[in-house]
Unconditional design. Structure first.
Length: 153
């Protein structure tokens, strides 16, 4: 009986301790607020300017634009690197992006929380020559227009 009581006391204490640790770890991924392009955007026109905004001021130490179709090609960009904490980073693309899949990668120090943070913002640039599809979903099987009626015994 005594063992059950001791275990019954320790389990809530362990759960409480774990719950106190979890928010500190999860918050490291919550500094990202929004971006242009946004996560998963499909763009017909290649961006010349991009932007990342954060929920708190952080010290951004690295920003990269990576093409993911041909390995991990790093694309040239310009961004105002500073030693100050910022809410926003503006990025200028210095070489036109051809159609393909890209991602903005960023790394930062969250000084007030004493940890690093970072993230990846994937987006796609499509060809301007492709027609805009109003409904990209199609049925799995579509019968041909001039199909003979099926043989039904």
């Amino acid at each position: 009986m005594r063992t059950v009581t001791v275990i019954g006391v320790y389990i809530p204490m362990l759960v409480l301790g774990a719950s106190l640790l979890m928010p500190a770890q999860a918050s490291s991924q919550e500094m990202y607020d929004a971006s242009v392009p946004s996560v998963g955007d499909i763009l017909r026109d290649p961006p010349t300017k991009m932007q990342i905004t954060f929920s708190e001021e952080i010290h951004v130490t690295e920003v990269r634009l990576v093409g993911v179709d041909n390995g991990r090609e790093i694309w040239p960009i310009e961004w105002p690197k500073t030693d100050e904490d910022v809410f926003k980073v503006e990025i200028a693309v210095t070489k036109p992006l051809p159609p393909g899949k890209y991602q903005i990668e960023w790394i930062a120090d969250v000084r007030q929380h004493h940890h690093s943070d970072g993230g990846v913002i994937p987006f796609t640039v499509t060809s301007q020559d492709l027609p805009h599809q109003s409904n990209p979903l199609m049925p799995v099987a579509v019968p041909p227009e001039n199909a003979a009626p099926p043989d039904i015994p």
